[in-house]
Write a protein that binds this ligand. Sequence first.
Ligand SMILES: C[S@@+](CC[C@H](N)C(=O)[O-])C[C@H]1O[C@@H](n2cnc3c(N)ncnc32)[C@H](O)[C@@H]1O
Length: 386
Amino acid sequence: MKKYFELIAPCHFGMEAVLKKEIIDLGYEISLVEDGRVTFLGDDEAICRANVFLRTAERVLLKVGSFRAETFEELFQGTKAIPWEEYIPQDGKFWVAKASSIKSKLFSPSDIQRIMKKAMVERMKPAYGISQFPETGSSYPLRVFLYKDQVTVGIDTSGDSLHKRGYRTLTSKAPITETLAAALIMLTPWKPDRILVDPFCGSGTFPIEAAMMAANMAPGMNRSFLSEDWKNLIPRKCWYEAMDEANDLVDLDVKVDIQGYDIDGDIVKAARANAESAGVADLIHFQQRPLSALSHPKKYGFLITNPPYGERIEEKENLPALYKEIGDRFRALDDWSAYIITAYEDAEKYIGRKADKNRKIYNGMMKTYFYQFMGPKPPARRREQN
Ligand SMILES: C[S@@+](CC[C@H](N)C(=O)[O-])C[C@H]1O[C@@H](n2cnc3c(N)ncnc32)[C@H](O)[C@@H]1O
């Protein structure tokens, strides 16, 4: 009989609804949505498919337990009660890779890590009949969240964070993460049959993520995952099937108009190389071009972009003129929409228009805004009359 697990997918704060929809579309049932993570139900196949297909999850954790702990003794006993031997083989390498605590009595990550490791060893000693663990086999790193004294424990199945798709070897000074770029595109009504231009494309993240979506290319096709080594829990066949499914879905013949521009010629070369390694170079037109030269002859396109926000003092001085130019160039485009993520507080003032919607988004520790200026929809195509 198939074994079902609870799987936890952490994501960017504020992007839970986007991730939830992705998980439902992949065919899984959601059991819980919390700030910064979505929990769902799935079997061994789901672990592989979630890792390979989810564009907005940071990683996929196999949930192994949840209990209350206000003291280290309760943390020890709660951890010891988890049947670790069902997940970790005798030679497995196990440790608490990350412990985070919010509004909880226990908060010292190093103490939480030490006590939980000790409790796991105590649990597995009688289960395996040994007192020393070689830890020479596959890795089983734990991630632990404490929220209001409720401890949630998961084993990381992904390894490197899922934003590392494998294509972005070269980056600009302030790149946006691939998972956040994908989530922001999904928050807009952009569809592959609409034009998408990023006039500040940097290393190409927005155009590349959009092209991968248009070509139905799974984000995890070009990388590996830590739990591929977990022969005790996930048969190799599940990974092969997930990769075969991903390969079968790719459609590189899709017709798109996706463009990326940047004033810096070297970064444009990097963007092109990144698109090449993602396998979508033929779907994107990259070119060195300043914002002042931005134009497009067609209607109803989308600007989706992450302009400079003044990371350095000298750049800050140029921001009013730059954002005024964004406004001027945007107004010159016919019935376009613009979606702009920036930490610049005066963006709307200089763009010269109040956004129709504005969302606060934390990009790491930095507070940013996702300004949404919505243009009209193209008229519905008239059905051909016979
Ligand atoms: C915040 S970065 C964009 C990062 C990008 N989203 C990525 O993931 O790599 C802003 C980019 O704007 C470019 N830039 C600055 N001024 C520009 C201008 N006037 N016209 C076009 N690009 C410009 C910079 O070279 C930089 O690559």
